[in-house]
Design a protein around this ligand. Structure first.
Ligand SMILES: Cc1ncc(COP(=O)(O)O)c(C=O)c1O
Length: 396
């Protein structure tokens, strides 16, 4: 029977990363730079085990039942955000099932099928999927070493006959590029959004993963109500807890809560409490220090290996935080072939095609995203050597 898929479902496509993960799980001694996750050693398993026990002792049944759709840990998040100069009221915070759900709910709350949004490119494919399914057009804006090119954004938005509903950006250690938006760009972007009355969707899962350099203010700090601020504890505590949050103007936050009822009704209370106990016990600083120390040495190891093993006509970003490096390849590189060769050589990466709209992919050079923190230094060197071999085989 032919399934009568909706137009929305027809726009959903399977990304290469899903296929890579499926294929590579069957290959022994595989080194994957593909999936975006922190060093496994940074996930505080023992601490979380104790905390989960403590919660179940204290809260019992309550922790295992349905909970408030808006979430239950706003009070602790108000204090947490204040340390980052974000002054949020409890009613402006929605707890979400991962940061992904924040973008999903904001998109559904703001966009009609005939709407336009703006996004920087290359960009995180899962949210790109949400945009593709729910709006008519995504206006692409390129990035350089200072982040989204705001002059290009201004020019494009000013030439549109319809105002976009929001501008999507990942200003800190961007996925996939690792680039951080400069202070000057942040100010310019916020000023433009305020002048035009266009929301900015600021997605910040890597914000607190800075290993070097000075802290920069979030767009939320600079822009107040024009900015919808999204984050979560996936990369800093555990991806599997699925605890995220959104800070948005009160009315929008309320609308997102109404929509969330039909998405999953509530984010598991046990998981929310695990995060709030973790923060209340003052374990955050120590956790961030652990991430910083392990990830910094791995970042340097990947950069060193790239320099040693990759040819001169290949360039890469040198991020100061987060988990990704973006490697730009010679224009003639067939990225699909490179991926096949890489898999044959037992190494994985995510190809640039996953991070663009199919219709704009050809306007950008082929590239690969490498997640750098997962392995120790020896494996990193071996993995980069294998990638360099696959690249030589592809370029001939
Ligand atoms: C930009 C961006 N947003 C959201 C997410 C997902 O976050 P979460 O696991 O909190 O849903 C990721 C994870 O890779 C990401 O890179």
């Amino acid at each position: 029977m032919e399934i009568p898929f909706s137009e929305m479902a027809r726009r959903a496509r399977q990304t290469e990363i899903i296929k890579i993960l499926a294929k590579s799980s069957k290959i022994p001694d595989f080194i994957s730079f593909a999936i975006g996750i922190p060093a496994p050693e940074t996930v505080p398993v023992e601490t979380l085990k104790k905390i989960a026990n403590e919660i179940l002792e204290k809260e019992g049944l309550r922790a295992l039942q349905y909970s408030d759709t808006k979430g239950n840990i706003q009070a602790i998040l108000v204090d947490f955000l204040e340390k980052d100069n974000i002054r949020a009221k409890e009613e402006e915070i929605v707890i979400t099932t991962g940061a992904i759900q924040g973008t999903f709910l904001a998109t559904l709350a703001l966009c009609d099928p005939d709407d336009i949004i703006v996004s920087e490119f290359p960009v995180y494919p899962i949210n790109l999927q949400t945009f593709r399914m729910n709006v008519r057009e995504i206006i692409p804006v390129s990035m350089d070493s200072e982040g989204m090119i705001v002059d290009e954004l201004v020019e494009k938005v000013n030439s549109l006959s319809k105002k976009p509903k929001f501008i999507y950006t990942i200003p800190d250690f961007q996925n996939p590029s690792g680039i951080t938006m400069s202070l000057e760009r942040r100010k310019k972007l916020v000023e433009f959004a305020q002048e035009k009355g266009i929301f900015i969707l600021e997605d910040t899962p890597y914000r607190y993963m800075r290993y070097e350099g000075e802290r920069l203010p979030s767009l939320k700090e600079l822009g107040g109500d024009i900015v919808i601020h999204i984050n979560g504890f996936s990369k800093t505590i555990s991806t599997g807890l699925r605890v995220g949050y959104v800070v948005a103007p009160r009315e929008l936050a309320e609308k997102m809560v109404s929509i969330k009822q039909g998405a999953d009704f509530s984010t598991p209370l046990l998981n929310q409490l695990m995060v709030s106990y973790f923060l209340e016990k003052g374990l955050w600083e120590e956790q961030m220090e652990r991430i910083r120390s392990i990830h910094t040495s791995r970042l340097h190891a990947v950069l060193k290996a790239l320099k040693e093993h990759f040819p001169e006509n290949v360039t890469w970003t040198e991020p100061r935080g987060g988990t990704f490096i973006w490697v730009t390849l010679p224009p003639k590189t067939d990225i699909k072939e490179l991926l096949d060769r890489a898999l044959e050589n037992r190494v994985g990466f995510v190809p640039s095609s996953d991070f663009y709209l199919p219709e704009i992919e050809k306007d950008y050079p082929p590239a690969m995203r490498l997640n750098f923190p997962y392995y120790g230094e020896e494996k990193i060197d071996e993995g980069i050597k294998r990638l360099a071999k696959a690249l030589r085989e592809t370029l001939g």
